[in-house]
Design a protein around this ligand. Structure first.
Ligand code: HEM
Length: 434
């Protein structure tokens, strides 16, 4: 039911709202939900006037209107220059749909099994590199696993030297763009310092390596036999019979890397942090996985993505007026689907902050109550990939070693690009390998 008037506004100067929202978006949204109610309005420099919503009926309506609305302005402002103009993440309307149609089939859930060995081998290599008995940070290890998986399963790079060079350049550039100083990378006037010249150089080198890979793939007589995603994109055709050009293939590869690498690694790091704080769940999971049972593992992953959603919100700009979150909103309003607020509604999840994987074992959760991958025609294209990767990586790690927490405090969330990451990197201690 619509209320009269506009959603209540965050009563702070715009500069302060911007700062708080940018630095700690999760805490910002929770605080103002508690103060103002579930639908509220914030003013933030950059994206603009934002209305946050979190009730499943409104989310359903918002995502159902994806063909009409556009993505929120400022989406990936930091990553935009790295993604390139063809990127699926940044395209709109019919151009977006055309590309999405071409890119969806390789990400079909059933296809993911082809990557099981690649994922488990990457996880095994990671476990083999961990020190025994001294605390180490799990998050960077998870990043190394997911980067290797993307380079092998998505890019399909088999030349080890090229893979190593690309991986080194990507790690450096991704690390740099995660820092707030990255603004210099996208504002040309600030690009004169040695650090930005180095990033520019790395970016050029990454493009050269990807171009070489694409050229070789186009000429590969065994293209049809290959199961990596680049090979499928090289072979795919749009409805009019044309193929993706090299420049666009490059943009989609960077998009899949940037959207799929950090997110999945962070999901894994949070899952370990939650397991470390919940020893009963950790023990049950370890026992079941070692006995070859996976129902609880899937529930653990779902519950982890609920309590600690890696991406805390996703936005749309309304092209038509709409009744959402209890208010009539004008065209032009930027509506934020507040993923972390939806996941912590007590009417949907009793004791919402408790980690209880049993919720997902005992019953089905409604589609718009669990939205770690967003929704509508812009829902994460890699959702099945990410969940499969988390499942195989967790299974491999739990089967091959004994881990314990490296700290007795739960991790605080910090912003890294569009994700919320564990601030301390999830400290763990390897007690031994099995
Ligand atoms: C736990 C891991 C991941 C999380 C939490 C996540 C989350 C998201 C979210 C919230 C969106 C925006 C959806 C919307 O606006 O409605 C998105 C979009 C996207 N994700 Fe993911 N993602 C993950 C892993 C991946 C992986 C593994 C890939 C690919 C290898 C990927 C590729 C993409 C792409 C291409 C889009 C843009 C889709 C479009 O605009 O049509 N993501 N993701």
């Amino acid at each position: 039911m619509s209320r009269n008037g506009a959603p209540p506004r965050v009563p702070l100067p715009k500069a302060l709202q911007t700062l708080r929202f940018l630095v700690r978006p999760g805490a910002f949204m929770e605080h103002w939900r508690a103060e103002l109610g579930e639908t509220f309005h914030a003013s933030v420099h950059g994206p603009g006037e934002l209305v946050f919503i979190s009730d499943p009926a409104s989310l359903k309506k918002l995502f159902a209107a994806d063909r009409v609305n556009t993505i929120a302005p400022g989406r990936n402002i930091i990553l935009g220059p790295l993604l390139g103009p063809g990127s699926l993440l940044l395209q709109e309307g019919s151009e977006h749909l055309r590309r999405r149609k071409l890119m969806l089939p390789p990400f079909h859930g059933e296809r993911m099994r082809a990557y099981e060995k690649v994922i488990s081998a990457a996880a095994e290599r990671s476990v083999a590199s961990w020190p025994v008995g001294t605390p180490f940070r799990l998050h960077p290890s998870m990043q190394a696993i997911t980067l290797e998986v993307i380079l092998r399963a998505v890019f399909g790079i088999t030349d080890e030297r090229r893979r190593d060079e690309l991986s080194g350049a990507l790690v450096e550039i991704l690390g740099a763009t995660a820092s707030p100083r990255a603004v210099g990378f996208i504002v040309p006037g600030l690009r004169r310092t040695p650090m930005y010249r180095r990033l520019d150089g790395l970016s050029t080198r990454i493009d050269e390596l990807l171009a070489a890979e694409i050229t070789e793939r186009r000429a590969d007589p065994d293209l049809g036999e290959r199961d990596d995603i680049l090979s499928m994109l090289v072979g795919a055709r749009f409805d009019d019979g044309s193929r993706m050009e090299d420049a666009e293939l490059r943009d989609q590869l960077m998009t899949l890397l940037l959207a799929g690498h950090e997110t999945t690694a962070t999901g894994l790091a949070w899952t370990f942090d939650l397991l470390f704080r919940n020893p009963d769940a950790f023990a049950r999971l370890t026992d079941e996985v070692r006995a070859g049972e996976f129902e609880y593992l899937d529930a653990v992953i779902e519950e982890s993505l609920r309590v600690r959603p890696v991406v805390p919100f996703t936005g749309r700009e309304l092209r038509e007026p709409a009744g959402l979150g209890g208010y009539e909103l004008d065209a032009g309003t930027i509506v934020m689907a507040a993923i972390s607020l939806t996941h912590t509604r007590p009417d949907l999840y009793p004791e919402p902050y408790a980690f209880r994987p049993e919720r997902f074992v005992e019953g089905e959760v409604e589609t718009y109550s669990w939205i770690p991958f967003g929704g509508g025609t812009r829902r994460c294209i890699g959702a099945a990939f990410a969940q499969f990767e988390m499942r195989v990586a967790l299974e491999t790690i739990l089967r091959s070693c004994e881990l314990r927490p490296g700290s007795d405090r739960p991790e605080r969330a910090v912003r890294r690009n569009v994700t919320l990451s564990p601030a301390g990197g999830t400290l763990a201690v390897l007690e031994g390998r099995i």
